[in-house]
Design a protein around this ligand. Structure first.
Ligand SMILES: Nc1ncnc2c1ncn2[C@@H]1O[C@H](COP(=O)(O)OP(=O)(O)OP(=O)(O)O)[C@@H](O)[C@H]1O
Ligand SMILES: [Mg+2]
Length: 236
């Protein structure tokens, strides 16, 4: 059996005095897209931020490609090959699309520009608006820029937080297609409340509730499990 690319064991995280993550156990296999599910406030974003070292774990172990990373700074985790797309279309509004991409490039090489060609195929608007300020892009286009910008580097692992938030169904379909392409290059961990999107991308899933891991399995099984979906996700 292959080793997980990333695992969390008994992870606890405090934000100020609040005990947010109260024992999160997760493991992600290389090449298998995994979705983190759970209600609002379950701790999904905090989990990704804890992996990145943005809200550091107070106890527990986080292992990335065999290394203990729970005490590392965000830039150190990023340098180990982890890309992070936070919630809410975090792009630099006053810079052009091109400048957003150039800032994101950890190194600029032939492969980077070959990757840009793939990005232009997946997200044609990035080419169309190359010289426009990112601030003028629509919500969907900003989200695509945020994802494409992370994909420009050759990451082993890409963490994406709720990419579908606020987007029209047709844009969600485009994002599903693009992320499914990205899955061929990078192990994807997706936080997503849109079950349609989650089930069209994820192979494995974990459910978080109240800062704890409460369930895990194959997405193909969860799709048919109305009881579980009702209990933890509030959908039937
Ligand atoms: N900076 C903060 N200060 C205090 N509490 C916080 C802070 N950030 C998050 N929390 C709390 O931590 C809990 C988990 O938040 P988190 O953002 O991880 O949830 P989530 O599962 O991503 O939810 P959503 O689906 O709404 O994005 C929530 O109860 C939230 O209110
Ligand atoms: Mg969140």
């Amino acid at each position: 059996m292959a080793e997980p690319i990333l695992s969390l064991a008994k992870v606890h995280t405090y934000i100020e005095q609040h005990h947010i993550l109260q024992g999160v156990d997760l493991s992600f296999m290389p090449g298998r897209a995994t979705v983190l599910l759970g209600r609002n406030g379950a701790g999904k974003s905090t989990t990704l931020r804890t992996v990145m070292g943005l809200t550091p774990a107070s106890s527990g172990e986080i292992t990335l490609k065999g290394r203990a990373v729970q005490a590392m700074k965000p830039y150190e985790v990023a340098k180990l090959g982890v890309g992070f797309v936070p919630e809410d279309q975090a792009v630099l509004y006053t810079l052009s699309v091109e400048e957003n991409f150039r800032l994101a490039m950890l190194s600029e090489s032939e492969t980077t520009w070959a990757r840009m060609e793939t990005i232009f195929q997946l997200f044609p608007d990035m080419k169309k608006f190359w010289r426009s300020k990112a601030g003028v892009l629509s919500g969907g286009q900003k989200q695509m820029l945020a994802i494409a910008r992370a994909f420009v580097n050759d990451h082993d692992l890409l963490l994406i937080d709720e990419p579908s938030k606020g987007l029209a169904p047709i844009v969600v379909d485009h994002l599903i297609e693009s992320i499914n392409h990205i899955k061929n290059h990078t192990t994807v961990i997706l936080v997503e409340q849109n079950f349609y999107m989650a089930s069209h991308i994820g192979v494995d899933y974990f459910i978080l509730d109240d800062g704890r891991t409460v369930h895990q399995g194959l997405m193909a099984d969860l799709v048919h499990d109305d009881g579980l979906k009702q209990k933890y996700l509030g959908i039937a």
